[in-house]
Design a protein around this ligand. Sequence first.
Ligand code: NDP
Length: 453
Amino acid sequence: MSQYDYDLFTIGGGSGGVRASRFAAQYGARVAIAESKDLGGTCVNVGCIPKKLMSYSAHFHEDFVDAAGFGWTVGDSRFDWAALIASKDKEIARLNGIYRKILDGARVDIIEGYATIEDAHTVSVNGKRYTAAHILVATGGRPSVPAIPGKELGIVSDDFFHLDALPGRTVVLGGGYIAVELASILNGLGSEVTLVYRGKHLLRGMDSELGVFLAEEMRKKGMSILFENNIEAIEAGGAGSRVKHVRLSDGKTLDADCVLFATGRHANTAGLGLDRAGVTLTDKGAVKVDGNFTSSVQSIHAIGDVIDRIALTPVALAEGMVVAARLFHNGERSLSYDNIPTAVFSHPNVGTVGLSEEDARKKFADVRLFKSEFKALKHTLSGNAERTFMKLVVDAQSDRVLGVHMVGADAGEIIQGFAVALQCGATKAQFDATIGIHPTSAEEFVTMRTPAA
Ligand code: NDP
């Protein structure tokens, strides 16, 4: 019998923590997981899932208009924010229950409460101490807000999902994932949106043409986007008023009912007691781990957003499975961070896998590009001005496809399949030899023959 209460004690019941705990238990470990809020973490409660549900809702706005081109007369349409939030909350509650069932089914002990680390093998929750051979920190991240005067008048993505009403006018700060996704949802649902971004093009870090093209499309849908600009201060509009005066770095002032900070996220490590156990943090406050996800303390491991590598749910799941396998199943599972596909659920969607043109040029001497921009078949009748953009980045020497990028409807669905091709090292000749599916947008990726200038 082990000297510890558990073989593994996981702190944080989000995607990564639940997956690691379940797998560890299935490998025979005695596992407990502590969570102070609802099970499912950011993704289920205030991230991927509610965001995507609300994105579907926002799409109807265009669908009603598009329907006319296909012979439909749609009656008066009205949007009810409270009804959407209620439906969304019901689904999230269902998912919270599924997470509980998964853990119960795997015989993982669920401990409700805020856990802190006492030492290398001890965790305390609600004043009770638990010992474990291994501790897994999977506490995720939380939104960062810049230190500007009046910042307390703004909200972050966590608050967005529970606003009591749809704001009439919203100013969104940031040009990353959350900024463009929530701006698109707000716009589709009827809020007047201004996105303020300090950079020159959206989605920094991705192929720059994606951000440029996306901004044009978002503008066509009625969003105002201000580049090379920032919020200097927010002032309250006076007693009883919900209006905020948003002072910008270009000297202008915008009036808004809601200011949404989408200015990045940071690792959730504060107050966890990691310092007591001697765990080393990065300069950004994330848990520093080695290739095995082990921290500077051999019995303490960390995965997911709290290690600040790639903040994506499927990555946290994969990391969780690697840790569970390594600790409790002879370790034969590894994870490559190459070719991780990702989608941004802006309107229109963005999907991308592999190297951007910029990164490819840094690594390869001769990069060949293939690009296509077109109106999707659906919009020939709908009258919708939305256009689709696709781009392949190819190493001319080996003919290997290095990057597949897209802005357009269902980009995430399309890019997932191409991620498999990139994982297999597909060449442009193999893309060319692949028969397209007609008529789709995706077929364009296997029919681009002429390199871009
Ligand atoms: P991002 O890092 O994607 O974007 C943050 C944005 O805020 C950037 O445009 C950044 O500008 C800007 N910013 C940062 N600090 C300041 C500041 N002080 N003043 C003004 N602007 C600032 O973070 P998000 O919060 O959007 O998302 C966090 C992570 O969550 C993502 O990186 C992604 O990994 C994950 N996520 C994934 C989603 C998906 O898979 N669909 C959806 C949502 C989130 P700059 O570019 O100049 O640094």
